[in-house]
Design a protein around this ligand. Structure first.
Ligand code: AMP
Ligand code: MN
Ligand code: MN
Ligand code: MN
Length: 274
């Protein structure tokens, strides 16, 4: 079984339309797929219809932006009812912040001599969720950097000209929107936050107290050792384990859709809950 429970489409900051993403997943032999766009559910209907045609089991997903202890962390939601009103209200509040932040990012870039970034990023977003990836693509297109990795490092992170501090949902709210909608909350790519062991365990404890049930163990952004460490944490805290590539773009060679190692045998797969 090939399972990928963390992917993005053009409804957020992915390159492919939801139907194109599903077609690519089918080609890659994916059996179970979740679309987890940032702070939005607009791509789910199209993806679900395409998945039904392609014979892929489709799971509703989302990746919510959260501010926890002054840091941004991501919480994936899986297998929920997208029509749950508090979830949609929460999404709206996150999208409102995205709009404010985009204007701030653009104004900071403007001060650094880079003109027209808001319009440029908005155009690249296709009027959907507006995120840093759209600014990154704009800056690459304008020749400020050779690829999005460099552009993030030099422009869009802490202490760089286009950085704006996140002011996202609380961990408690984000988890409750997902669980209230009948879904499972999952800590996304836990090794990416570069937390000390103590801080990571604090995040996991707070997450469990809020009603969270799972964490990503296998992730496109986890190396082999990180998979092992995260498997230990999942077992220690009796959390279910998830697996997802975090695929965004066929032109990013470092992440392949659906090509993921198996979960370590000691883990409880999150899909046992579906
Ligand atoms: P946002 O939620 O708008 O702040 O954007 C976060 C997204 O930017 C992540 O989901 C990634 O798609 C992308 N991203 C963040 N950091 C990097 C990086 N260093 N290199 C490439 N993409 C990144
Ligand atoms: Mn992204
Ligand atoms: Mn993420
Ligand atoms: Mn993601």
């Amino acid at each position: 079984m090939q399972i990928d429970l963390h992917t993005h489409s053009s409804a957020s900051d992915g390159r492919l339309a939801p139907s194109e993403l599903v077609a690519r997943a089918a080609q890659a032999g994916v059996d179970v797929l979740a679309l987890t766009d940032h702070d939005g559910t607009d791509g789910l209907d199209e993806a679900r219809k395409s998945a039904a045609k392609a014979g892929i089991q489709f799971i509703n997903g989302i990746e919510l932006s959260v501010t926890w202890n002054k840091r941004t962390v991501h919480i994936v939601g899986l297998n929920f009812d997208p029509d749950y009103a508090p979830l949609q209200a929460g999404i709206q509040s996150l999208q409102d912040f995205r709009e404010i932040r985009a204007r701030e990012i653009a104004s900071k870039l403007d001060s650094a001599g880079i003109k027209g970034a808001y319009e440029g990023a908005l155009h690249l977003s296709g009027g959907n969720m507006l995120g840093r990836m759209h600014f990154a693509n704009f800056l690459v297109a304008e020749g400020y950097a050779k690829n999005v990795r460099t552009v993030f490092k030099n422009y869009l992170v802490n202490n760089k000209p286009g950085h704006v501090t996140g002011d996202w949902a609380t961990l408690e709210d984000a988890v409750s929107w997902i669980t209230g909608a009948g879904g499972v909350a999952v800590i996304a790519h836990p090794a990416r936050y570069k937390l000390t062991r103590t801080k990571l365990r604090k995040l996991i404890k707070d997450f469990i107290a809020a009603g969270g049930q799972a964490m990503e163990v296998v992730s496109g952004s986890h190396c082999v050792n990180e998979v092992k460490t995260m498997a230990c944490h999942a077992v220690d805290f009796d959390l279910y384990a998830s697996t997802g590539s975090d695929f965004h773009d066929p032109d990013f060679p470092w992440i392949k859709l659906g090509q993921l190692p198996d979960l370590p045998a000691k883990c409880k797969p999150v899909w046992d809950l579906f």
